[in-house]
Design a protein around this ligand. Structure first.
Ligand SMILES: Cc1cc2nc3c(=O)[nH]c(=O)nc-3n(C[C@H](O)[C@H](O)[C@H](O)COP(=O)(O)O)c2cc1C
Ligand SMILES: *[C@@H]1O[C@H](CO)[C@@H](O)[C@H](O)[C@H]1NC(C)=O
Ligand SMILES: *[C@@H]1O[C@H](CO)[C@@H](O)[C@H](O)[C@H]1NC(C)=O
Ligand SMILES: *[C@@H]1O[C@H](CO)[C@@H](O)[C@H](O)[C@H]1NC(C)=O
Ligand SMILES: *[C@@H]1O[C@H](CO)[C@@H](O)[C@H](O)[C@H]1NC(C)=O
Ligand SMILES: *[C@@H]1O[C@H](CO)[C@@H](O)[C@H](O)[C@H]1NC(C)=O
Ligand SMILES: *[C@@H]1O[C@H](CO)[C@@H](O)[C@H](O)[C@H]1NC(C)=O
Ligand SMILES: *[C@@H]1O[C@H](CO)[C@@H](O)[C@H](O)[C@H]1NC(C)=O
Ligand SMILES: *[C@@H]1O[C@H](CO)[C@@H](O)[C@H](O)[C@H]1NC(C)=O
Length: 396
């Protein structure tokens, strides 16, 4: 008589549950959240390489994790990377927790206004889409969906000169009532500079955002270099100085906004030279690592050259992921605040994703100023912010 055990029902069920468990382990996405604030994002139903539903996305950090899930590691690294040890990149994200907002009660906040002007042009929000190269690796619509989403939302978009689409194609993607500025680099090929400035003006861009923080070289972006190897010559002019700046100003009749101001001294220089605005930025931590955050630079300008805020417009960016981050930069004297990576990451869904990003940030901004007892972005001033902690560590 055989004693061989039969493969009974209970064993069968056990096997099935094991197979189900193992399959789930394979499908469930474990994503390194990179120390971003934990707001409970659950990616267990996401499939690597596939777009997660927008309904899973509740904030700008979620958007970054979604992009990490969808993009190839190489292209995710190219957008995400900072320079060297990414100390400035991390500081941009972490500085917000060292600033406190004052919220006042007993104020009528039944009607909130977020509209503002930038160089005299009307926009619905005091934040804008900053120049970022090569949007084409997130979605084949590339910069066209950024232009279109910005136009419908009534916010400013400043396309990069290193865009996937041409100056003219991006201009054509805008709405009739839309104002866009255009970023430019200081190429050592002067013919190229002249040609591009003329094309920008002809295509209807209203100002030139001139990036001055990586003349000659870019930062060494290790995280990205691991995939690409040494990058080609930037083509940027390393000899660019104040004389070249004066020469550059003669090449266009459009207003010029120097971008990448990292010291109060340079801010003052731009004021003395009669620029209508400056753009304080450390390039998202992608150029000089350990450069200060925009928060620290704005505090310095306030201390050593406060006239800058009265006599010219000041824009700022770096690590802005929340409506409260926007408010903090406004309270420190910025008129408008840029976003670099978030719109690029949101573009994995094309225009719909960028629109969702703008809506999330708009809602956070509106809600927060209401909770602060302010009813207009133009009224956000230094009485709304406590900077003592940052100043105790950052006193030049
Ligand atoms: C992928 C990428 C490409 C960028 N390309 C440019 C560029 O072409 N020109 C420029 O002036 N700044 C460029 N920047 C810097 C942004 O304009 C902006 O200063 C920075 O991204 C803001 O920081 P955030 O990404 O934390 O919002 C780029 C940034 C990123 C992330
Ligand atoms: C994430 O979602 C899955 C599927 O809905 C669920 O089984 C799991 O418990 C969730 N994880 C957490 C930490 O909430
Ligand atoms: C509150 O402000 C709104 C808009 O500014 C105004 O219309 C309204 O009359 C104010 N309410 C009171 C009670 O003052
Ligand atoms: C900006 O909006 C104001 C009203 O809020 C309007 O008077 C002005 O004409 C607008 N300016 C431009 C350039 O559209
Ligand atoms: C331009 O028009 C669109 C509607 O076509 C609107 O949504 C947008 O807010 C307008 N832009 C500005 C700056 O008011
Ligand atoms: C300089 O730029 C012009 C205009 O874009 C281009 O035609 C020319 O080939 C460039 N010259 C060099 C040496 O790259
Ligand atoms: C700029 O143009 C003005 C007027 O055409 C001229 O006087 C000046 O010398 C020019 N400056 C430079 C640096 O080319
Ligand atoms: C790009 O965006 C469109 C929507 O505009 C979307 O349907 C598509 O899946 C996105 N992805 C790619 C790779 O084009
Ligand atoms: C800042 O704003 C508050 C509230 O609107 C106002 O009472 C105060 O006078 C302003 N302070 C400065 C320094 O502008």
């Amino acid at each position: 008589m055989s004693t061989r055990p039969s493969f009974g029902l209970s064993n069968f069920l056990l096997l099935v549950s094991w197979i189900t468990f193992i399959t789930q382990l394979c499908v469930a996405v474990e994503i390194d959240m990179e120390g971003l604030p934990d707001t409970g994002l659950n990616t267990s139903t996401w499939v690597t390489g596939q777009l997660p539903p927008l309904s899973d996305i509740w904030d700008l950090n979620d958007i970054q994790i979604a992009a990490k899930n969808v993009l190839s590691p190489r292209y995710y690294a190219s957008y995400r990377t900072g320079a060297l040890d990414e100390i400035t990149y991390q500081a941009n994200l972490n500085i917000w927790s060292q600033l406190r907002l004052n919220g006042y009660s007993f104020r009528n906040v039944s009607n909130i206004n977020t509209r503002t002007t930038i160089l005299g042009y009307n926009f619905t929000m005091p934040f804008f889409i900053a120049p970022a190269a090569e949007a084409g690796h997130t979605n084949k619509s590339a910069e066209l969906s950024l232009a279109s989403a910005a136009g419908k939302a009534g916010i400013l978009y400043v396309p990069s000169i290193s865009s996937t689409k041409s100056i003219e194609q991006i201009a054509a993607a805008g709405l009739p009532n839309q104002t866009m500025f255009h970023q430019e680099y200081i190429w050592s090929n002067q013919t190229r500079v002249i040609d591009e400035l003329q094309r920008m003006e002809k295509a209807g861009f209203k100002a030139i955002v001139l990036t001055v923080d990586n003349t000659g070289v870019n930062g060494i972006r290790t995280r990205s270099l691991r995939y690409t190897g040494d990058e080609d010559d930037t083509g940027h002019d390393a000899s660019f100085d104040l004389n070249s700046l004066a020469n550059f100003r003669n090449l266009t009749s459009l207003p010029i906004v120097p971008k990448g101001i990292k010291t109060w001294q340079d801010a003052k220089t731009c004021l003395d030279l009669g620029f209508p605005a400056i753009y304080v930025s450390n390039h998202g931590g992608r150029v000089l690592d350990t450069a200060p955050t925009s928060v620290e630079v704005l505090l310095d300008i306030k201390k050593y050259a406060p006239e800058v805020f009265e006599q010219m417009e000041v824009y700022a960016d770096g690590g802005v992921r929340r409506g409260t981050d926007v408010i903090k930069l406004l309270a420190l004297g910025a008129r408008a605040v840029g976003l670099g990576r978030s719109p690029m990451f949101a573009n994995i869904w094309g225009e719909e994703g960028v629109t969702h990003m703008i809506q999330l940030l708009s809602t956070e901004l509106q809600t927060s100023i209401q909770l602060m007892g302010a009813n207009d972005v133009s009224k956000i001033n230094s009485t709304y912010i406590n900077t003592k902690l940052v100043e105790s560590m950052w006193a030049q």
